[in-house]
Design a protein around this ligand. Sequence first.
Ligand code: XIL
Length: 451
Amino acid sequence: MSLLRRSRSLLLASAVAAVVVSSGVALIGTAQAATTLGASAAQTGRYYGAAIAAGRLGDATYTGILNREFNSVTAENEMKWDATEPSQGRFTYTNGDRILNQGIAMGAKVRGHALLWHQQEPGWAQSMSGTALRNAMMNHVTQVATHYRGRIHSWDVVNEAFADGGSGGRRDSNLQRTGNDWIEAAFRAARAADPAAKLCYNDYNTDGINAKSTGIYNMVRDFKARGVPIDCVGFQSHLGTTISGDYQANLQRFADLGVDVQITELDVAQGGNQANIYATVTRACMAVSRCTGITVWGIRDSDSWRTGENPLLFDNSGNKKAAYTSVLNALNAGGPSSPGPSSPSPSVSTSPQPGGACSASVSLNSWNGGFVATVRVTAGSSGVNGWTVGVNLPAGSAVTSTWSAGNSGTTGTVNFRNVSYNGRLAAGGATEFGFQGTGAGPTVSPSCAAA
Ligand code: XIL
């Protein structure tokens, strides 16, 4: 509210003031039952996402549902190793970037999937081993995470590295045979390349407390104890016609280790229980405050990798199924906010860079059709006498008013410059400015430069 009050007092034109008033109405509206998955999840600070395929983005029914319902996207295949490094050292990001840009255009969070996985390795890597393979693995992590630096909400750094069955141990693979420390090495390389992304371990058959999930639990506990950078655990949740009674308890025990949990690849075999199982998974995430979002692995049944199982929320024609309604109701029933009780949570942020000239982070308050952004500018270790901040807006968005800064341009990359009273910042000192806009807010961290 203080933002709105502050902006009102600074705005002179009544036409712009009307935008502020209508935004207030829209913000109140978001507290009522939402009518799309993304808006409903956002009420508690969560996201609702879908795995999407670059090859389907020309299908209007598909993109219509995508744009309407989801506020997170995952590349179904386009960011995997075989797609991004088809021959050693030659990186191709065309299709991965199509997924990224679709997410940015929607104002959605983008999940990165997956940096290292024993499946969908390019042929050249499949035939490697030992030190050469370890070096190639780490180079891959570094290059891909660097390419997408600052633009990925969460990366699946390592996918499916634990064995099925009762051993609770690692799966054999050429990756594993480079040494048991390959997972922590990958997480450290990913952190160095993209400090803003949350780093996740992701796996399947972890839908309850069992030997495999306990093996992963022990690894995460060990990583947290030793300071290996891990922020989240993904539970793929490719489910059949039943769900384990301790699904929620399993999420909670991971959250209690101090990591976020995410449902990353949800799909449920069609059958009498499909809607109920979807509701159970949704309620479990809503009940765990560190469960930050849910992703379904495709949009319509006809988009699913599980051919013939009809495991998704929309039928082949794009109609909402009973499972859709059960998910929406469970999201609207609410639960503890995520993360923690304070809201709204910043949707984009970077931590101050010690030693750098300055850094900027943005907190967004968005609604359908508009947003207010508050940008915090923090000086590095030497202080600054003036600053400029560059913010990339998604296509279709525009700045309508700015306070405590001046801006050049209103669309695309908009540059903001300090005003007379807030240009000088002591070492480590900070100031804030803000702007209001139409369309979706920025999803990429702003850049900051000393003037
Ligand atoms: C699947 C894709 O959906 C298919 O298109 C592809 O042929 C194989 O991979 N676990 C994962 C996902 O982590 O990457 C997989 O996606 C499904 C299982």
